[in-house]
Write a protein that binds this ligand. Structure first.
Ligand SMILES: [Zn+2]
Length: 311
């Protein structure tokens, strides 16, 4: 009997050691497991390019304008090897000259995914009579628009709405920009622009609709609005205020500041993508959309980022 008790005791001790070590093992695994692996199902992904800014000559130390056609081709080939829902070019497709749209346009149009453009300041470096035609040249449905993918709404803004360069000098809209600039005592460079009343009302309308439909929202624009900086949209704070009235807005993505940037305020991500045109090294990204996060896969100079989605 004593012998039996002894053996039972030893067995129990051994069993508890095994159980304890497996518990420790589990804890270690849990610690190693990044939080974002809770939901591994990727919902969809999209390609992003900022500031291709092509022209055939005039390369500088910083900007390799003429190499952008090759870099664009490289990005398009890479994107075509992936299953992307869409690709977005964040403005400044060309540096100058209308004809340059016909150099890089056909390369971009090789994309197998649906591919979109938005308007950058440099896209208006074309003759006066062509300025109102730019969005059509880029196959955009209008100067600002929206579209949906699954339960996500993508809003595409036109940050050149109020500006000195999108309209011929002396035209009504040019003069409006001059008055706006003066009355608001702006010091922001004149190569930036602003968003007008009509577009702001449209934005609020789309955000109302998206809220009712329980959609998540991502806003694209050429100009940053956060963090503060010399490249920002003239009325950056007005747009931030609108965004903050709608919990459905999760992120804002843009180009224009070639160095790239990132900031987060009140649970929303503000991400500036680095330009394709700078340096000899390429720069572009693929954004993977998950239930609880966005994962930015950066290529070339662009960084990888994990952006959690907040309620
Ligand atoms: Zn720009």
């Amino acid at each position: 009997m004593k012998y039996f008790e002894y053996v039972t005791c030893i067995l129990l001790i051994l069993l508890s050691i095994v159980l304890m070590s497996s518990k420790v093992q589990n804890l270690e695994n849990e610690n190693q497991k990044p939080e974002h692996q809770e939901n591994e199902n990727i919902l969809f992904s999209f390609g992003v390019i900022a500031d291709c800014q092509y022209k055939g000559e005039g390369d500088t130390n910083a900007r390799k304008y003429s190499q952008s056609s090759t870099k664009l081709k490289e990005a398009v080939e890479h994107f075509n090897s992936k299953d992307l829902s869409f690709t977005m070019h964040l403005g400044d497709f060309i540096d100058t000259d209308w004809d340059n749209f016909d150099v890089v346009g056909p390369i971009y149009n090789e994309l197998k995914s649906t591919h979109y453009h938005l308007l950058g300041n440099h896209d208006f470096s074309v003759p006066n009579e062509k300025k109102s035609e730019v969005y059509k040249k880029l196959n955009m449905p209008s100067e600002y628009y929206d579209f949906t993918v699954k339960d996500w709404r993508f809003i595409v803004l036109n940050g050149n709405d109020i500006s000195f360069y999108a309209y011929p000098e002396g035209s009504e809209k040019y003069n409006f920009a001059a008055t706006y600039y003066e009355q608001n005592e702006l010091t922001s460079p004149k190569y930036n622009g602003g968003i007008g009343e009509t577009q702001k009302e449209w934005l609020k309308g789309v955000l109302e609709e998206a809220s009712k439909l329980n959609e998540k929202v991502l806003i694209f624009n050429h100009f940053p609005i956060y963090p503060a900086g010399s490249h920002n949209l003239w009325n950056d704070t007005e747009i931030i205020q609108i965004i903050e009235s709608y919990p459905c807005v999760k992120a804002y993505m843009n180009g224009h500041n070639h160095a790239g940037n990132y900031g987060i305020i009140n649970k929303r991500h503000y991400l500036t993508f680095k330009s394709m045109v700078d340096t000899e090294q390429n720069s572009y990204a693929i954004v993977e959309v998950y239930q609880n996060r966005l994962e930015v896969k950066g290529y070339g100079r662009e960084k990888d980022r994990l952006l959690p989605l907040f309620e």
